[in-house]
Design a protein around this ligand. Structure first.
Ligand SMILES: Nc1ncnc2c1ncn2[C@@H]1O[C@H](COP(=O)(O)OP(=O)(O)OP(=O)(O)O)[C@@H](O)[C@H]1O
Ligand SMILES: [Mg+2]
Length: 507
């Protein structure tokens, strides 16, 4: 009798800048990986779009390059993690996208957001969704897509159109079923984070008919089986779907209390599971981390930073160099230069839609090393502001777990340790989002249990602070002064007839 080949899990992480695929064996080791880049378009200032068809193609390409044909038959389960909050509209019958994917960084709904805030919608939205009313989340994007492509909502109400997050969109390539995984759904700002159901008040506020949304589904399914992912045979079960940040927390075994992680990707996310908290506090969001095994959803506290890796790629593009070369050119000091990368406002813990991106403290002697260093420090300072907010809720955080593309940079990790005064443990495997999806998929496939995952060693590299607390205090004071300059300030010192900027929002 032929022996059964060792099973493999295929994990796909559909990120903002690339789709990554990993093959994981029964021991949990990564035995194959591939990546396919993904373009982003900025057709107008503040607009951030991707092509839904290209997103799907990048998934197909990453899988094709990751799975050797001779091993395709060994894949027993697929796990999926996805960029969150980004939104796609498509035709249920043809499956064709209707309009572009609106990216999570997209700001075209900022004015509508300001209007809703002025009307006093913020407290209800925050209380129900766990998220501050902000253009980053999907609800305002949903309204824009429907206003543009289905203004009378006829096709939405009749179910001819489907609206969904990226997990929804990819699952729709497998079957016409329309599903959204609960963690991703909790980032739309249309879900009641405590009941795990779409909320009628939020749907009405944003003008989204319930019929256009997918069925909210636990992170372990049921999901349609994968198809169209050659060389994988059609019909391999999808055993896990998670938001990318949630998947990274899961990979860090972040269901244990006290585990706090920061993912350094295009943006950053600091996240920790939380017990019994029911309010947003200290500018942090309340989110469904995951739901599996027939249990209640696990809630997490999260703070999102809009621009971290993106700050480095932006500056590298400006200097017509690569991120790696820019990081190598970073000096040991920013020489008083502070970079506040509020491209389109600031996320957690400030949630200041009107903050502007600034570089301050320039002198005629400022050059690339100081600017690169200031960009690196902007990542670390922003993460530290959120970690401090989490600490205010959860108690002391001695160690920060790190993952994501930009965590590959030892310069960034050391800056984080030095500016935070905390040990930073960087996961040796960068693609923890994919790995988290693989691990939950393996639970679903019966390859291992959650307890076995908890007991597994997680290899990491430690970065320890080399600064004194006085140095850190001085550095943070400089950063907060720069933040104050970048943030919306009333023009109190100007004559009364000076025009005030529209829609200024104070913290
Ligand atoms: N080897 C590296 N060294 C330094 N920085 C890197 C490296 N690889 C990637 N990056 C940085 O990491 C960022 C991309 O990270 P990652 O691939 O985790 O993001 P993503 O998954 O596409 O985005 P997100 O998770 O935010 O949706 C890039 O913006 C780049 O600045
Ligand atoms: Mg990612």
């Amino acid at each position: 009798m032929a022996s059964t080949p060792d099973p493999l899990i295929l994990a796909i992480d559909q990120g903002t800048s690339a789709t990554k695929a990993l093959l994981v064996d029964v021991s949990g080791a990564v035995v194959g990986s591939a990546s396919a880049p993904l373009a982003t378009a900025h057709p107008r200032p503040g607009w951030v779009e991707q092509d839904p068809a290209e997103v799907w193609e990048s998934v197909r390409l990453a899988v094709a390059n990751c799975v050797p044909g001779e091993d395709a038959g060994r894949v027993v389960a697929v796990g999926l993690s996805t960029q969150r909050e980004s939104l796609v509209l498509w035709d249920r019958v043809t499956g064709d996208p209707v309009g572009p994917l609106l990216g999570w960084q997209d700001r075209r709904t900022a004015d509508r957001c300001a209007e809703l805030l002025a009307q006093g919608a913020g407290p209800l939205v925050a209380a129900v969704s766990g998220l501050p009313l902000d253009p980053m989340f999907s609800a305002l994007k949903a309204q824009w897509l429907l206003d543009t492509y289905d203004p009378d909502r006829r096709r939405s109400r009749t179910g001819e159109l489907c609206l969904g997050t990226v997990d929804s969109w990819l699952l729709s390539r497998f079957s016409p079923e329309h599903r959204t995984e609960i963690g991703n759904a909790s980032r739309t700002q249309l879900l009641d984070v405590r009941t795990g159901a779409w909320d009628d008040r939020l749907l009405e506020l944003f003008g989204v008919p319930a019929a256009v949304l997918g069925e909210v589904t636990p992170s372990d399914g049921p999901f349609p089986a994968a198809c169209g992912l050659a060389p994988l045979p059609d019909g391999v079960p999808v055993r896990a779907v998670l938001g990318d940040s949630h998947a990274a927390l899961f990979a860090h075994a972040g269901w244990r209390p006290g585990v706090v992680k920061a993912t350094y990707g295009t943006g950053s996310s600091v996240m920790a599971v939380v017990d019994g908290h029911s309010e947003m506090e200290h500018g942090l969001c309340l989110t469904v981390g995951w739901q599996h095994g027939g249990q209640a959803p696990t809630l997490a506290l999260e703070g999102n930073i809009r621009s971290s890796g993106r700050t480095l790629t932006w500056l590298a593009d400006l200097f017509e160099t690569s991120t790696t070369e820019l990081l190598a050119a970073a000096g040991s000091s920013s020489d008083g230069v502070a970079f506040v990368p509020a491209f389109g406002g600031l996320g957690a813990p400030w949630w200041d839609a009107d903050a502007v991106a600034t570089v301050s403290g320039l002198t005629l002697g400022t050059g690339r090393p100081a600017l690169a260093r200031a960009a690196v420090e902007s990542v670390a300072f922003q993460v530290e502001d959120v970690v401090a907010a989490v600490e205010a809720v959860s108690g002391p955080i001695g160690t920060l777990l790190a993952d994501g593309g930009l965590s590959r940079s030892a310069t960034v990790m050391q800056a984080q340790a030095d500016l935070s005064g905390r040990a930073v443990h960087r996961a040796d495997e960068a693609d923890l989002s994919a790995l988290g999806a693989a691990r939950l998929a393996g639970v679903g496939a019966g390859l291992w249990s959650v307890d076995e995952l908890a007991a597994r060693p997680r290899n990491s590299t430690a970065f320890r602070p080399t600064t004194s607390s006085e140095q850190r205090r001085a550095a943070q004071a400089g950063w907060h002064a720069a933040l104050a300059r970048a943030r919306a300030q009333p023009l109190a010192d100007f004559p009364a007839d000076t025009p005030q900027p529209a829609s200024r929002r104070l913290p």
